[in-house]
Ligand binder design. Sequence first.
Ligand code: GLC
Length: 803
Amino acid sequence: MSDAQYFRNFTRVDSVEKTAQGLSAELHGERLRVDVVRADVVRFAISRGGVFDEYPSHAVCVDPLAAAVPFTVEETTGDDGRVVRLRTSGLVVTVGMAPFRLDVHRPDGSPVAVGADGAYAILNDAFVIRRRCRGADAIYGLGEKTGPLNRRGRDYSLWNVDVLDPRASGEFAAARAQTDPRADPTSTEFDPYYVSIPFFYHLDAASGTMAGSFVDNPYRARYDFSGPEQYSIRFDGGQYVEYVFAGPRMPDILAAYTWLTGRIAIPPVWSLGYQQCRWFAYRQADVEALAHRHRQEQIPCDGLWLDIEHMDGYRVFTWDPQRFPDPAAMLSRLADAGYRLVTIVDPGIKHDPGYRVFDEAVEADLLCRTEGGGVFVGQVWPGDTAFPDFTLPETRTWWGQLTAEQVRSGVSGIWNDMNEPATGAIDPQAMLFGRGRHSHARFHNQYALLMAMATVEGMRTAAPDRRPFVLSRAGSPGIQRYAANWMGDNLSRWDHLAMSMPMAAGLGLSGQAFVGADVGGFMGDTNPELFLRWMQYGVLTPFCRNHSAIQHVDQYAWSFGPVMANLVREAVRLRYRLIPYLYAAFVEASRTGAPVQRPLVFDHQDDPLARDVDDEYLFGPDLLVAPVLAAGMTDRRVYLPAGTWVDWYDGTVLSGPGFVTAATPMDRIPLYARGGAVIPMWPHAPEHADGYQPRSTELHVVVPAGDGTHTSVLVEDDGTTIAAEGGAVRRTVFTLTRTGRVVTVHARTSGDGYPEFVREAFVLVIRGAHPHEVRVDGVDHRVTGARVRFTNHGGDFDATFTV
Ligand code: GLC
């Protein structure tokens, strides 16, 4: 930040008045607004030229000031001059008049956001915020980032970039010393990436409390957490609008952030199944053969994906007539075999008069323009490429209609790529929005979000009762409402497998729960061992898609011979059996924002050892996964946080906190279930999850070693439609309590149910202890090999056993 010394600090407040929502102050001719959003969330905004920018923020999807939150205001004059304090039950905002300061604490005095020297400063269109942060403090969030999950000690840029295109990433690579791994876009440290989320958590090591900050501004930004005593945030443009979250618990901050920016929609269950993708010049018959082969090899699979080669000369919304002579027939046969098909749709439109999509866009004036008024032209797959201006509602509607046609033709999901937007050899800065009124800088980071909004609008038009599915590469706050994110072009290397854990966790902590990496690795030839280990890990991530780049070795589930295929099949089957558990975790994410793939710190904030773990994670609330991270690894160290952990494979009961050494034979990666959990599983892996309704469901009851209570959830619905939103669901909450030797499981149900429901039994599978005297609703039941089967058609039950 070479121009840092030239920024002008705000130093003095001239007047402060109380408003209906908080405070309004005069600050060097600008207005500072302090608005109480909730008892634990406050919003700060500073005008520019005396005006607040009221342009809709597509990040925030609620009226943040709708609730009347009680607060008081008091004024004191002391050693630090005149000070105005605003108090809610959860925070205290201090406005110092001269010198100006704007700090937030909790009522107990612990720090939330405390200014450092030059706390608020501006230079031309840019602004900077500086706050105190101790060396031992931790920083989390900021979405999709490389490197360790704890961001303390590093600096980051927020600017959506097509990482592996040197013309897009070159500027950032060049800014680093040649010896710095961040100079290399293929390293696991390169920055920035495809997604930009200006939201992070600050863990105050001294008090163990967490605070959050979300700057609602899509401009290019730089977050610098490397200062010994402070962090700084710099935005190149736009206005200063910041939400400050008092926490102090991470899940509560995430719940508040996702209340503001929205939560994931409950996905269609087929999108939780195994997805097979590859950049390859498939013909129609090849796709059908692939579908057949998965069934023949008994590899469960729900989704087949088509990359850019399926199009006619890379023209979006077309099919190559030679390779795909009859897509409708293909789609209908695939549907009969239980497959969903997803096609890629890039934003770039071939600049090609006579091509319908281009002509319509020109005719209706829906394309991004340059300052001179012409259509902006970039260089993407089709060569000369124009870009829809998704900031215009009419463009979104038109794009939605094109998408709707695609969906009506039988395509189930849409894959949005190159939406940073990537412009290849052409600098994107000349691409303007709003018919030339708005700079590129203002909407660059929001482009993918606006495109996803249009895509979902179209999917809903075509199939109003269906849950839409969109996968996006780029994103900004709010993208989770419309799309899942995959983490872009990784390399077929062990370090990229390892990197995807903290990266997924960063996204999850930033509101995007539906994430996954290209399983097996995208660029470069994978190899049998890497592929197997990545599959074993990938099946335990929220989005599980095998994908690889053109001109690399085959990496289908069976590509490395029958021994490997057997191991891969077992891994995919484990995912399918866990779908009821996984689905409940997704439903939870849609209700509270809680990540599906979550770092240990999320549930174990007070455990200092859990705060920096990058090589293991929780999959949903109750499964701990420790992938294999290197070739030839025969065991690995695993950190278990407090509680009972039962080895998934051999039932060994372990207790945390502490480190264990886990064996890593070829057939599995370390996996542990949390004591107290009830993990619902399908008894067998179906060929595909779509439309599957089991007659019985297993409930894996993980007995804790000590007394306590834990709740778990099972959500059953049709898996495809939005009827569940209207109550067509069976939701069961299990409360497991251990008192001495007695374990009870109370199951309480809600929801109206749904027509496809056929379940007639539960099977309790007791793990971590030998059960005796099992009674369900007062009736004694026989235990066979720790399993107890009983009739249940979706009602409550009470089970008890002794251990
Ligand atoms: C980009 C995508 C990749 C895709 C390729 C061709 O590199 O990230 O997933 O296969 O483009 O469309």
